[in-house]
Design a protein around this ligand. Structure first.
Ligand code: F6R
Length: 252
């Protein structure tokens, strides 16, 4: 794992955009996207580079990491709507280049399996952007999800529903289930960029990078991936025992 520690959120966004940009420049790019707060400054930085003519997203297809079950695509808090608002509209990616499971499908289990097949059919993800939950989840793979999981219907923990309730009028409005790429599915991305900012992520980040490989911390599965870059600000990095060593390695 490459671990890059940056002074603040703005520097994290620039470094993450630098990691993604070379792949966006290819004729075609399958870009895996997380929603939530962590990647938003990176999406803004990519949009800034697009506006200045530095980057062009015409060959990019985006693939959602997850989607709430029970919300129609047009719902303002569906991840389809969220990624349009936070990213794709600003970089001119058309809606038919946004791929994701339909959380409103009649059979969400079949929809999850179909999305997993779709990811394989399109040739897989070139670069996957991830955030990390306070409990170490990636996508909606909560603690004790199988490390070998494929795209599936996941039950959200109370903590995750509480954390995400900031986007809804009331906690009861937060869906209880989601369709999420599984940990094995995420691990098939050719490269992965995980973004962590703020003190609330520090213990999960330390467990992911330095803890044992364990379903207790789903993000620890990334230790097995050959091409992962973790970009953290100082606050998210504060519990890393080997922080000095990561700094030393990235300077050489
Ligand atoms: C969102 C997702 C989640 C978030 C995580 C962190 O698509 O898959 O795993 O990345 O919950 O969320 P924020 O960035 O809002 O703290």
């Amino acid at each position: 794992m490459r671990v890059l520690i940056e002074p603040d959120e703005a520097a994290v966004a620039r470094t993450a955009a630098n990691a993604v940009a070379p792949l966006v420049r290819h004729a075609t790019c399958n870009l895996g996207v997380a929603t939530g707060s962590s990647p938003v400054p990176t999406y803004r930085e990519l949009a800034r580079r697009c506006a200045s003519g530095e980057l062009n997203f015409s060959g990019v297809h985006v693939f959602l990491l997850d989607e709430y079950a029970g919300l129609p695509q047009q719902h303002p808090q569906s991840y389809f709507s969220t990624i349009r608002r936070d990213f794709t509209t600003a970089v001119g990616i058309p809606d038919d280049h946004i791929h994701g499971p339909d959380g409103y499908a009649e059979n969400v289990f079949e929809e999850a399996a179909q999305y997993d097949r779709h990811l394989t059919e399109v040739g897989g993800i070139d670069v996957q952007i991830l955030g990390i939950g306070r409990n170490g989840h990636i996508g909606f793979n909560e603690p004790m999800s199988s490390l070998a999981s494929r795209t599936h219907v996941a039950v959200l923990t109370n903590q995750t529903r509480q954390d995400n309730s900031r986007f809804f009028a009331a906690i009861d409005d937060v869906p209880r289930r989601a369709i999420t790429q599984g940990l094995a599915t995420i691990s098939e991305a050719r490269s992965i960029v995980l973004i962590a900012t703020g003190p609330a992520k520090s213990s999960a980040l330390a467990a992911a990078i330095e803890g044992p490989l364990s379903a207790r911390c789903p993000a620890s599965v990334l230790q097995l991936h050959p091409n992962v870059t973790i970009i953290a600000d100082e606050e998210a990095a504060q519990d890393l025992e080997f922080a000095d060593y990561y700094r030393q390695r990235s300077a050489h």
